[in-house]
Design a binder for this molecule. Structure first.
Ligand SMILES: Nc1ncnc2c1ncn2[C@@H]1O[C@H](COP(=O)(O)OP(=O)(O)OP(=O)(O)O)[C@@H](O)[C@H]1O
Ligand SMILES: [Mg+2]
Length: 245
């Protein structure tokens, strides 16, 4: 009998405190291959802490993270990247010392694939085009627009050749036209088969991209299901009271 495949990502009872504050308080959810899962919740509900704990930037104080069935809890970020998880930061971080191309090429060189410089630069050029970057690839961060920074971050994550992509408010701060382009881009990544967990406050994006969402409040999962089901949950309506979902 063929064994039933495990979900790509399984987060079980994950906890992370900062001093006396429980930023994550026993959160559990799973992500199947090929899904786009939305992670939503009010400001300070633990969404970024959750992504950072999965990607290894923060170590959890309790609970487990399994990726492809393998326990990766508390692994170093580079080990988790090499296992196949990459993501973008809530605040884009594009070091000025490197130009747009090399910001992406470093991920191809030191991420999962270990390409040589020439191959990494060729790959970075392809990935910048893939994410719709139309600026000068030789330009540095201070010469580039906000959306350019967002696109470089996405290309840099893709250069790690992830199986699971974590997006932390990648669509935040875009104007309405850019937002539609951004949504179409994430959709095209989904159509290529990439599995994505996206933290997002833009509910229109969540509704159009995610088959399944997880709602966090005070570090706990308070609802999960399709966007229609989960956003209509009375607990979710209560925590969002006054905000438009
Ligand atoms: N490094 C840290 N040190 C202390 N407290 C922190 C740290 N990082 C996060 N917190 C706190 O943990 C809680 C959860 O923060 P987190 O950034 O995960 O929330 P979030 O859901 O991503 O919020 P937002 O929607 O505003 O980005 C908040 O109360 C935050 O102030
Ligand atoms: Mg956040």
């Amino acid at each position: 009998m063929t064994p039933i495949p495990r979900p790509l990502l399984e987060v079980t009872n994950l906890s992370r405190h900062f001093g006396g504050l429980a930023a994550l308080d026993g959160a559990s959810f799973s992500v199947e291959r090929g899904e786009v899962v939305g992670l939503v919740g009010p400001n300070g509900s633990g969404k970024t802490t959750l992504l950072n704990t999965v990607s290894g930037r923060l170590s959890p104080m309790g609970g487990e993270v399994r990726f492809n069935g393998k326990l990766v809890t508390g692994f170093a970020p580079e080990a988790i990247c090499r296992a196949g998880i990459a993501g973008t930061f809530q605040l884009a971080r594009i070091p000025d010392a490197l130009n747009a191309l090399d910001n992406v090429a470093v991920a191809a060189m030191y991420g999962r694939r270990r390409l040589d410089v020439a191959s990494a630069r060729a790959d970075a050029d392809r990935l910048l085009a893939r994410v719709g970057f139309t600026g000068n690839v030789a330009a540095h961060g201070d010469q580039l627009t906000y959306f350019d920074h967002k696109r470089i971050e996405l290309a840099r994550a893709l250069a790690c050749a992830p199986e699971l992509l974590l997006l932390d408010e990648w669509l935040a701060g875009l104007n309405p036209t850019e937002l539609e382009d951004g949504i179409a881009l994430v959709r095209s990544l989904r159509e290529e088969g990439l599995t994505i967990v996206m933290v997002e406050h833009v509910m229109h994006a969540i509704r159009s991209l995610c088959g399944h969402i997880v709602v966090l409040n005070a570090g706990r999962v308070i609802a999960a299901g399709t966007p229609e089901e989960a956003l209509a949950d009375p607990d979710v309506v209560r925590v969002y009271l006054g905000e438009s979902v």
